[in-house]
Design a protein around this ligand. Structure first.
Ligand code: ZN
Length: 295
């Protein structure tokens, strides 16, 4: 699974400066994911600063900001430009969080960390993966995963841990399965007199490299249990506004456009949170069943 590092001599340079080949032959979806998207207020102090195909969420305060997910390495400049376009300073990001440590959500974190000098915090498996810039054999997609610039130093967080910056409090909910380190995040954002429960749900898709079986796997033996627990956990979280790692999984881009054009009055939609879990659970169970036998 070695990738060609463009313009570098193998071993002569730190991975930090390796430019990974995300051309169509390596990453079928990267060009579409990397399409620009204008930044937008989701609700209160929560903003969408990602690309057209990959979410990055900024939660702001006068005492500093928290960013969740860095999108692709090549998308990091877009994310930072979006933050600046909203009138915020990248240097005011104090903490960077992650949903899961795949290249399409974590690839840009190293560059944003360098620009902001923010602390990066993640679950134990994700923290080790972020520091390597590469997943391991427990990852269902290990054999097809792409490397990305490693993150210099990652603080390991615990399940249910709250991350605080000034008045901001974001809480980690471990929802593994898609990867062993998957984490969903909740917080409260307020606008005028209304305060809503925000949920940034991690990917809940049972996608794997060819040959990987969730139900009979030795490198990730808790995969089935993790998915079931994670989905149950997700269903239990307070959620008025759902955001997902890929915005299309929750129609986030369309919902923002509909809100801004007046077609819908608000992004508040608790039913969409329940639907996301139900759809995800059905697809995951279908995948497990397709592997034959009992998990
Ligand atoms: Zn993924």
């Amino acid at each position: 699974m070695l990738l060609v590092a463009a313009g570098t001599t193998a071993g002569a340079q730190s991975r930090d400066t390796v430019r990974v080949d995300y051309s169509a032959s390596r990453c079928h979806s990267c060009a579409a994911w990397n399409q620009p998207h204008a930044p937008a207020r989701i609700f209160g102090n929560t903003y969408y600063v990602g690309t057209a195909g990959l979410s990055s969420i900024l939660v702001t305060s006068p005492k500093g900001h928290i960013l969740i997910d860095g999108t692709l390495a090549m998308s990091a400049p877009q994310v930072m430009a979006n933050i600046r376009a909203l009138g915020f300073r990248v240097e005011d990001i104090k903490v960077i969080l992650n949903s899961h440590a795949h290249f399409d959500h974590a690839g840009g974190i190293a560059a944003i960390q360098r620009a902001s000098e923010a602390e990066v915090a993640a679950s134990p498996w994700s923290a080790a993966t972020l520091e390597r810039g590469m997943s391991d054999s427990a990852d269902p997609q290990f054999a097809i995963d792409l490397p990305y610039p490693p993150v210099a130093s990652v603080r390991v967080i615990a399940d249910d841990e709250s991350i605080r910056v000034g008045p901001l409090t974001l809480t980690a909910h471990f929802t593994p399965g898609h990867t062993p380190g998957g984490t969903s995040w909740t917080w409260v954002s307020c606008e005028h007199d209304e305060c809503l429960h925000m949920l940034y749900a991690d990917s809940q898709t049972a996608v794997s490299a060819p040959g990987f079986l969730f139900t009979k796997n030795t490198t990730y033996p808790t995969a089935v249990h993790d998915f079931e627990n994670g989905l149950t956990r997700l269903a239990s979280l307070p959620c008025d506004i759902l955001m997902t790692t890929h915005p299309d999984a929750s129609n986030l881009i369309e919902r923002l456009a509909a809100r801004d054009s007046g077609t819908i009055a608000t992004l508040r939609d608790p039913a969409s949170c329940r639907d996301y879990v139900a759809r995800s659970r059905a697809a995951v169970m279908k995948r497990f069943a397709s592997e034959g036998g009992n998990p």
